[in-house]
Design a protein around this ligand. Structure first.
Ligand SMILES: [Zn+2]
Length: 265
């Protein structure tokens, strides 16, 4: 099972353009969505601490601890979730970063970017950076997200409105990177499989409630005019053969899986 370390922002002072929000809050909410997908896809994860408004803590130390934890755990991918800011709030775009020369980091980022492109129409640029602690000191290949510009209202709003879609895109990208099958946790479970119910094989001479069910079904679906008495006699035999012939089944007068499935499904 692949192991991903999820690292939210630890420095607390970056106000989001959406009132009441900040970089730490919306990135942690995004990671809350992402872990649902990772669980469904069988990707193991460990997550750095959630530092939110007014929560005490030393951001530098939290970051150092998170990297140490990721390395000690033996993560296969170190995934840093941040949002960006420009000087005047005019910039938009998705600018993930990797450590220069990290082939695996690049591959992971490209897998994630490929999915993001499908839902985000602003500029997307992959940026190699050698100066960032979490890219430099992590043993695992690392992807350092800068999802949107949180000081741009349109970009911040897009992120807020697409947390789940971004999480799904990331999970799809990670699945491709690791070569595991993507499983959507929000897919409805398959309808109960009536046809997988195991039913007895019926033939002439059978005598049971199942035969009565068979007679009811033949009367209903093939206008067989059988007495619904649960006794598989000549009349039922003939009716089964007529039904099998009419449905393109093997005409043998024996009600096995194929005939049951045709009657019930
Ligand atoms: Zn926000």
């Amino acid at each position: 099972m692949p192991k991903v370390y999820l690292s939210p922002p630890y420095h607390y002072n970056n106000v989001c353009a959406i009132p009441g929000c900040d970089e730490n809050k919306h990135n942690n909410e995004y990671l809350d969505e992402l872990v649902v997908y990772l669980k469904a896809c069988g990707i193991e994860y460990k997550r750095g601490p959630r530092r939110i408004a007014k929560t005490a803590g030393n951001g530098d130390q939290m970051m150092i601890n998170a990297v140490a934890e990721s390395n000690a755990w033996g993560a296969d991918l170190h995934y840093i979730s941040h949002t960006n800011a420009s000087s005047n709030g005019s910039a938009r775009g998705y600018h993930p970063m990797i450590y220069p020369g990290s082939e695996k980091g690049r591959k992971a980022a490209e897998c994630i970017i490929e999915e993001r492109r499908k839902i985000y129409d602003q500029s997307i640029t992959l940026i190699p950076r050698s100066d960032l602690y979490e890219l430099r000191k992590t043993t695992a290949p690392a992807v350092y997200e800068e999802h949107v510009f949180h000081d741009n209202e349109a970009d911040a709003r897009w992120f807020h409105n697409h947390l789940r879609q971004v999480a799904e895109a990331t999970a799809r990208g990670m699945c491709r990177y690791f070569g595991v099958k993507f499983v959507d946790p929000y897919d409805k479970p398959a309808a109960p499989e009536l046809c997988s119910v195991s039913l007895p094989i019926l033939r002439q001479g059978s005598n049971s409630g199942y035969v009565r069910t068979l007679q009811i079904l033949l009367n209903k679906y093939n206008n067989a005019h059988l007495t619904e008495d649960g006794i598989f006699g000549q009349g039922t035999y003939n009716a089964v053969r007529a039904y099998q012939r009419s449905r393109g089944l093997t005409v043998d007068g024996i009600v096995g899986a194929a005939t049951w499935a045709q009657l019930l499904c």
